[in-house]
Design a protein around this ligand. Structure first.
Ligand SMILES: [Zn+2]
Length: 152
C-alpha cells in the first residue's frame, strides 16, 4: 500500500505559482510574498517514507500515481532517499543539491528550488530521527507476509 499525502494543488494569490506551504510563516517560492498558509508536509512525508521502507524495503514504491504537486514531490523525494541509502554520501545535503541540479537542468526555476528546499528540510528531520538506520521490525515483516498472501 502506498501512502499518498492528501493536499490539493494551491496557487499563490499574488503570482499564481504552485506551492506547498511546508513551514510556518510561509513565503511564496516564486514571488517571495507572505502566504498565510501552512501544511505539515514534512511530518507526513516522513510517515510515507517509513511506511514504504517497512513494506517494500525501499522508499520508492513499485507503483506510484502522480496527480498533484505534492505527489510529484513525494515521488522525487522517494528516489532521492533511495539514492542516499545506496551512495552513502558524506554530505547528504550537498548530494541532494547536486542530484536535483543535474536532473532539473534548465527547467530548474522556482519549482526546482522549491523542491530542493522541501527535500532538504525532510532530510534534516528524517536524519535527526535516525530514519536511515531504522530496520524493518519483526512485526512489520509478519504484517507484510499476511498482506502478501492476498496478492497473486
Ligand atoms: Zn507568489
Amino acid at each position: 500500500m502506498t501512502i499518498h499525502i492528501d493536499f490539493k494543488d494551491k496557487h499563490c494569490p499574488h503570482c499564481n505559482a504552485l506551492y506547498i506551504p511546508f513551514y510556518k510563516d510561509f513565503k511564496c517560492p516564486k514571488c517571495g510574498k507572505s502566504i498565510n498558509d501552512y501544511f505539515d508536509f514534512v511530518d507526513q512525508m516522513i510517515q510515507s517514507l517509513n511506511a514504504h521502507k517497512n513494506l517494500y524495503d525501499q522508499f520508492n514504491p513499485p507503483t506510484w500515481y502522480t496527480g498533484s504537486l505534492v505527489e510529484y514531490f513525494q515521488s522525487i523525494i522517494f528516489k532521492i532517499f533511495d539514492a542516499l541509502v545506496q551512495e552513502k554520501p558524506k554530505n547528504g545535503k550537498k548530494y541532494i543539491k547536486k542530484l536535483l541540479d543535474s536532473s532539473m537542468g534548465d527547467e530548474k526555476e522556482y519549482l526546482g528550488k522549491h523542491l530542493e528546499n522541501v527535500a532538504l528540510r525532510v532530510y534534516d528531520v528524517f536524519e535527526k530521527e535516525g530514519g536511515f538506520s531504522k530496520k524493518r521490525s519483526e512485526k512489520d515483516k509478519e504484517n507484510i507476509n499476511l498482506f502478501e498472501r492476498f496478492i497473486p
